[in-house]
Design a protein around this ligand. Structure first.
Ligand code: CP
Length: 294
């Protein structure tokens, strides 16, 4: 089975081939292709989403697939049905692939061992969010021409971030240098052997400053004292952004907590790639779905 669970262990060549295929789809002259005609793809979101869910749906429809949308809130999960029984149910009905987002850590790996249709990771606890990282790489490659040799600072709530982990694994494979910056209580110590923790001043010298959302829904009480204090210490403010190199860019997976990790004025600033990242999510997801079903 061609599950697509993460970027850890993928080679530069495999990543590059997905980016190249996304470039093909970005240029594709007609809106709906027939590559996946007759294939049924289910979007299985057990956790909320706007960007990932809709760009997967757009990607599936652009490839000519039949799309089924499942949302846990309206399903028999509310009667206590497990994630496994839910996915197994959809599989037994005959779906050809499932795009899945889950909150609990480790469940996707277990599902992948039992489910035979390809599963595509659309966000797995704090483990990986591979299509987000791929659209980030696509955005970087388009802006800089090449990813090898770039320095990328990932700043903020590293502890809870699957985006940080997928970016770290993929960027290292591609030959970029990754550095992390986070308050003490949002660091993931197990990542320190792969990427150093640096000060915010140091982080601002990078080619890419990637800000992360403070994931309040995953926090224990009191992880941040207040939005104002977080902004003061770990927010990318207009003043801090003015210290970045002229060629450097700001990225953020979104949704953004405006004026917490990123100042309102920076969201659509000329340095910001946030809406470009979102746009690039569609061709990236076309390439990933096509790969899983080919
Ligand atoms: N970046 C991202 O995954 O956004 P959603 O949670 O809205 O899908």
């Amino acid at each position: 089975t061609k599950h697509f669970l993460g970027l850890k262990g993928l080679s530069a060549q495999e990543i590059t081939s997905i980016l190249d295929r996304a470039a093909y789809w970005e240029q594709y002259p007609i809106k709906i292709a027939n590559q996946l005609q007759g294939k049924f793809v289910a979007n299985l979101f057990f956790e909320n989403s706007t960007r990932t869910r809709f760009s997967f749906e757009l990607a599936q429809k652009r490839l000519g697939a039949e799309v089924l949308n499942f949302s846990a809130a309206e399903s028999s999960v509310q009667k206590g049905e497990s994630i496994y029984d839910t996915v197994r149910t959809l599989e037994s009905m005959g779906i050809d692939a499932g795009v899945i987002r889950l909150k609990p850590i480790g469940v996707l790996q277990e599902l992948a061992e039992k489910i035979k249709v390809p599963l595509i990771n659309a966000g797995d606890g704090n483990n990986e969010h591979p299509t987000q990282a791929l659209l980030d790489f696509y955005t970087m490659r388009k802006h800089f021409g090449e990813i090898k040799g770039l320095t990328i600072s990932i700043v903020g709530d590293i502890l809870h971030s699957r985006v940080a982990r997928s970016n770290l694994w993929g960027l290292q494979a591609l030959g970029a240098k990754v550095q992390l910056c986070a308050p003490d209580n949002m660091q993931a110590p197990e990542l320190a052997e792969f990427a150093p923790y640096v000060s915010f001043d140091e982080a601002l010298k990078a080619d890419v400053v990637m800000m992360l959302r403070v994931q309040l829904e995953r926090h224990d009480k009191g992880m941040i004292k207040s939005a104002e204090e977080y902004r003061e210490q770990y927010g990318l403010t207009v003043e801090r952004a003015s210290k970045m190199a002229p060629h450097a860019i700001i990225m953020h997976p979104a949704p953004v907590n405006r004026n917490v990790e990123l100042d309102d004025e920076l969201v659509e600033h000329e340095k910001s790639k946030i809406f470009t990242q979102i746009a690039n999510g569609v061709p990236i997801r076309m390439a990933v779905i096509e790969r899983a079903l080919s």
